[in-house]
Each structure stands twice: as structure tokens, then as C-alpha cells.
Design a protein around this ligand. Sequence first.
Ligand code: PMV
Length: 292
Amino acid sequence: MSTGGRRVTAFAPGKLILLGEHAVVYGHRAVALAVERGTTVTLDPCEGPTRLADADPALRADPRLARALAAVLPAEGLAVTLATDLPVGRGMGSSAALAVALVRATARLAGREADLDECIAQGFVLERIFHGSPSGLDHTVSARGGAVVYRRTDDGPELSPLDLPAPLPLVVLDTGRAGDTAALVAGVAARRPGVDPALAAIGALVDATLPALRAGDLVTVGRAMDEDQRLLEAIGVSTPEIEALVTLARQHGALGAKLAGAGGGGVVIALCPEPDALLAAAQARGVPAMRA
Ligand code: PMV
């Protein structure tokens, strides 16, 4: 495959899981949102074997990266540059954004645009390299953009766009620690069937909260996030650091707060229509925080 001597570049966004992580692995619905931040892949023609020319250090450190690149890129002739403004390994879908951006960039090498189906199918191949047996939520949201209700079925993913009346006022607080998604998902699997009622309760909570999301009823959505956090604690994926940030958010105006992603670290999301007090409190404590 030849780039015709020209540089190609492609971007894909990260995501936040608003409600339903972990339960989504077992066929329950989850709600996720694409964010503005994401990952950019740049491919430059070069002599010799395809190689990583430059990458965000956190992306470069991932031992699975070389396998993912080899799965889609030609063995010869490309220098790969990866840049991201997502915190890596924190549940914001940095690997999924990388996967979808790589699929898009690879299609551009051939002078065409990857369509949604291709981004989802090929992105899943790459996500499996990073995460073993993921639900497919992350890369699907990255490929599609916007807000999505997602369910994994035996016949494949079931996906419906979720129309929000306005963007949700979310603040992201970073624990500064990466959670190991594969290990956390395996840990939940090992605690079944004891955790099955909590997983089912998460699924029921997602279903019950969809009307409030469509109506922009932030108070109900915030309460659901609090309840989801309680259930995520019950299935053993929260940590004291996560819970400290959830408490901080609730003390500074959040209508609800929870971990987002696999847990074990990662980020906390807070639904916070007046975010200034929370952003200032986070800054005073040295907690990285951003509007989503
Ligand atoms: O931490 P992340 O962004 O990889 O999200 C994991 C979400 C889980 O539901 C825990 C796993 C999955 O594959 O959906």
C-alpha cells in the first residue's frame, strides 16, 4: 500500500460512560457520550519498516500498541505519530479513540474514507488487542460520536442514538491512577453470581433513567449517577480515591457523581450545572479537572 508520498491524518474522540459500565458486559444497556477530546493518528511515508516515530509517552508505554499497529498498517513504509489530549488509561476511551483513528487513517492511505461500519468492525479488532473481551461500547461511541444507548446482544451490538435536549454539564475529575480494565472486568466475572443482582440493578437503573435524559431532567439523572456509583461500589470496582472525588463533587454543587469506565482509578464524572466551585476545589487539592 502506498501513501503516494503524502501525509495522512485522522482523529477520533474519546468517550465517557454516563451510566451502565460493567453491567453492559452482561447484556444490559449503557449510556455513553463522545467527548471533544480524542486521539490523532498521523502517517508519513518513510523508507524501511513501518515504525512509531512519535507518540504521547502514555500511549507509547503500552506494550499492546505494536501489535495494534501491525494489525492494520502495512509492514513497510510508514512513520506513525500518535497524539492525544485524553488522559490515558482513565476510562475515557483513549485506546478506542486510537483504534478508530487508526482505521480512519488507514483508509485515507488508500484514498478513501472509512464508513461507520468499517470503523466499528475494524475498531473492534484493535480494541480486542487492547482489552481482551471488551463490550465494544467504547469504540462504537468513538466511531459514531454523540450520545448513544448501547446493548451487547448475541446477534451483535444494538445501538441507538440518544437525543439530549442540551449537552450535559459534566466535570471530569482524574484520580491520577490508571485502572486495568481487563483485570477489573475479570474481577467482576469472578464475583458472579454474587454480583448479578447489582449488575441487573444497574441495567434497570439505565432503562429507568432514559426518559429523564431525553427530557433534560438533570436532578433525576444526578440521582441515577449516585445510585450507579453505589452499585459499582457493591460490585467491587470503586476505590477510596474515587469515593473521595465523588464526595468532593457532591459537596461542591454536583447533582450526582460516579466513576466512569472500568473503575480501579480512572476518572470520576460529576453532573454539575454550576461547575466553578467544584473546579476551584479540585484545583486547590491538586486534582486534575476539566469540563467534558
Ligand atoms: O475503562 P474503559 O473506558 O475501558 O471502560 C470499560 C467499560 C466496561 O463496561 C467496564 C467494560 C466494557 O468493555 O464495556
